[in-house]
Design a protein around this ligand. Structure first.
Ligand code: UT7
Length: 350
């Protein structure tokens, strides 16, 4: 049975930098509050009408493909994770295929909707496809354009200051060696589905909470995924930040330990932990609970904010480019977010 290794990786962040101070133009917030609560100093925003998750994902993907030493025509499957897709449907997978100009190969394209855990979920799916022998070169992309869909008034400040735009990509390849992805672990608990969610866009019609979202109540077919009332109320993400924080710090540690137990490895064996960049305080809490040193954990949320499905591949690529990840290293990736969903993986770097 082949293993799967990361044969190439790349990232793209838009050039527009927005500091905490810049955000004070739009809402009642401060650099001090944002840095103290989240560690974020600045984030990048894509250029509207010119960039999308698909274009940013394609930019990251081109680098990953080149570094893997293959041609784009040799990619035999696409997996795309995002919560801010170009369209409600079709998903970004097929748009990326078109953007990369590889439609002639007619390869499959899968869209992942697991928000902050999207990259780990995608990695696990890719790993199983490679281990089963079905595919040899899988392109996995995580990309987000949060800036298009956030509330930049004071009412939305608890959510909007956290998120940033960007994309990361890896090219997963089959290998006969004892290297690459050692294990992956995926979890969810739908009890908390609405605690970090964007519900004002969909077909629920008030089913889950019996509220009036302005859907017409009639037996006749027809309607809309987004009603005028939803738009008036604010079609934005909602987040119970304190609950997410409390759950995250427990589940991050649990799922990392699960991966270590499965592989018989110790936390001291971890050369680099890359936690999903949700909040620097969460990463620091996880680091402290696990007794890891500063050089065992990589964070870059200070520069990019929380880029959801893109955060792990961007950080992974940056750490690798900086020479912080080398052949033979044990790399741990872990994520927690909306759903709630969470997951981890251990990788013996090829
Ligand atoms: O990828 C997973 C995604 N999400 C997360 O991981 C989020 C996890 N949670 C968090 O990171 C934190 O809960 C936040 C950073 C979102 C918020 O920090 P907090 O310490 O939990 O603040 P809070 O929501 O309890 O709000 C405290 C105060 C409130 O004011 P009052 O009621 O005490 O007067 C908020 O209105 O801070 C206020 N506040 C702000 N003030 C300035 C909330 N957002 C802001 C802001 N600027 N941006």
């Amino acid at each position: 049975m082949p293993n799967s290794k990361i044969g190439g990786l790349g990232y793209y962040v838009p050039s527009n930098v927005y500091t905490n101070h810049d955000l004070t133009q739009y809402m009642d917030t401060s650099d001090e509050w944002i840095q103290e609560r989240t560690g974020i100093v600045e984030r990048r925003y894509a250029t509207k009408h010119k960039e999308t998750p698909t274009t940013m994902g394609a930019a990251a993907a081109r680098i990953a493909i080149e570094r893997a030493g293959i041609t784009k025509e040799e990619v035999d499957f696409i997996i795309f994770a995002t919560l801010s897709p170009d369209y409600f449907f079709p998903g970004c997978g097929v748009l990326l295929q078109r953007e990369l100009d590889i439609t002639k190969t007619e390869i499959g394209a899968l869209d992942i909707r697991n928000q902050c855990s999207g990259f780990i979920y995608g990695l696990s799916v890719a790993d199983q496809f490679i281990k089963s022998g079905m595919y040899n070169n899988i392109l996995l992309v995580g990309a987000e354009m949060h800036s298009m869909g956030l509330d930049y008034s004071t009412a939305g400040r608890n959510v909007s200051v956290i998120f940033g735009d960007g994309a990361g990509a890896v090219l997963l390849q089959a290998t006969d060696k004892e290297e690459g992805i050692l294990t992956t672990h995926l979890h969810s608990d739908g009890t908390y589905a609405e605690e970090l969610a964007m519900i004002n866009f969909g077909s629920h019609g008030g089913y889950h909470d019996d509220k009036d979202y302005g859907f017409s109540v009639t037996d006749k077919p027809g309607g809309t995924f987004v009603t005028t009332k939803m738009v008036e109320d604010g079609a934005y993400p909602q987040m119970n930040g304190q609950l997410v924080f409390k759950k995250a710090i427990v589940k991050f540690v649990e799922v990392i330990n699960e991966a270590l137990t499965k592989t018989g490895l110790e936390k001291s064996d971890i050369d680099m932990l890359i936690p999903h960049q949700a909040n620097l305080r969460i990463s620091q809490f996880v680091q402290k609970s696990m007794g890891l040193s500063d050089d065992q954990v990589y964070n870059n949320i200070q520069k990019y904010g929380n880029t959801t499905a893109a955060s792990i591949p961007i950080a992974l690529c940056e750490a690798w480019e900086a020479g912080k990840i080398n052949s033979g290293d044990l790399v741990c990736l872990a994520a927690f977010g909306s759903g709630f969903t969470w997951g981890s993986t251990l990788i013996r770097w090829a």
